[in-house]
Design a protein around this ligand. Structure first.
Ligand SMILES: Nc1ncnc2[nH]cnc12
Ligand SMILES: [Zn+2]
Length: 322
């Protein structure tokens, strides 16, 4: 049992955490037919591309500041209920723009959700603004400019998500330059759908302190050593990887191999209800499927705090809570 362990999550897409029941209620409220994406209480997709389409469609039923406040509060309450002390939420102002809400109101609703949750449980949260590769390089630069100029103390990181097979990381390097110059922490989805070359690309073009997933780095021993030597932190999401068929089963998932090779690894849930998982289940899997002891799991949680995009005072406070 891992319920008693303190938890930290560095990699969860906010709309990807939308509970199916809440999404169904939202769709009813706005008269949207979501039956193609949500059936029998479960999100419907069959491969990575259709997952991204489903994700974008589900996002469209969250339309107001209050919708986003409720979504954020609901997820953070769930995390707090399983002993989570810190969460980084990946958010996409582009989604706010696409539904006509606008980026500012989108972020402001999310910040209100964080405030409400923190007031109840003390959970800390920060936002990582993401660009989506499948919306194109210009839109990713726009997301970076937004994050850089927002002047919002809860926005502390920048990410690149979406269709990994679209373009090379270098095509998006300008967006990361903007985010870096603004003092934001950098992380990037790589080595999830594409192979080791994609992780090497990310290291070469962006030099991020963290990589989202990165698990397919295991296909290249020299790259694994490079990650270990650099101290790059991987945000590993085993349940997501299995659901998307990146690996056939947990026995062949490389989490333990990467850790034993000296790579700094952490555990997250990615898009929990889409992948029939939760942060609680990911921690359980760490114990049951990967055989990690409580002390080893705590060490990964400590790594997550060390790599969190927070000021040093907050980091110290989180380490003290652990
Ligand atoms: N697992 C994932 N990979 C890339 N982009 C995403 N957007 C939401 N979830 C994602
Ligand atoms: Zn992700």
């Amino acid at each position: 049992m891992t319920l008693h362990l303190k938890k930290v999550e560095l990699h969860c897409h906010l709309e990807g955490a939308a509970p199916p029941e809440l999404t169904a209620a939202q769709a009813r409220k706005y008269g949207v037919d979501i039956s193609g994406e949500l059936r029998g209480g479960a999100y419907v997709w069959h491969d990575f591309a259709s997952f991204l389409e489903c994700y974008d469609k589900v996002s469209e039923v969250y339309r107001t500041e209050e919708d986003y406040a409720r979504l954020t509060e609901t997820y953070l309450d769930e995390l707090a209920g399983i002993n989570t002390i810190y969460s980084e939420l990946i958010v996409s102002p582009d989604h706010g723009k696409r539904i006509g809400l606008g980026a500012d109101a989108y972020i402001s609703g999310i910040c209100e959700g964080i405030r409400r949750a923190r007031e109840k449980s003390g959970i800390e949260a920060r936002l990582i603004v993401t660009g989506e590769r499948h919306f194109g390089p210009e839109s990713v630069i726009g997301a970076a400019e937004y994050a850089a100029k927002a002047g919002n103390p809860l926005i502390t990181g920048f990410n690149l998500a979406g269709e990994e097979r679209m373009g090379r990381v270098a095509d998006y390097a300008r967006a990361f330059d903007i985010a870096r110059d603004a003092g934001l922490g950098l992380t990037i989805h790589a080595g999830e759908v594409c192979g080791a070359f994609s992780v090497a690309d990310a290291l070469d073009a962006v030099h991020p302190s963290r990589i989202g997933h990165g698990v397919r780095a295991v296909e290249d021993v020299d790259l694994v050593k490079r990650l270990a030597d650099l101290g790059t932190v991987l945000e590993v999401c085993p349940g997501s990887n299995i659901a998307l068929g990146v690996f056939p089963d947990f026995a062949s998932h490389p989490l333990r191999r990467l850790k034993e090779a000296g790579v700094r690894v952490t555990i997250s849930s990615d898009d929990p209800p889409f992948f029939h998982t939760s942060l609680a289940r990911e921690y359980e899997l760490a114990a049951e499927a990967f055989g990690f002891s409580d002390a080893e799991i705590d060490a990964m949680t400590r790594t997550a705090i060390e790599a969190a995009f927070v000021d040093e005072e907050t980091r110290k406070a989180l380490l003290a809570r652990l």
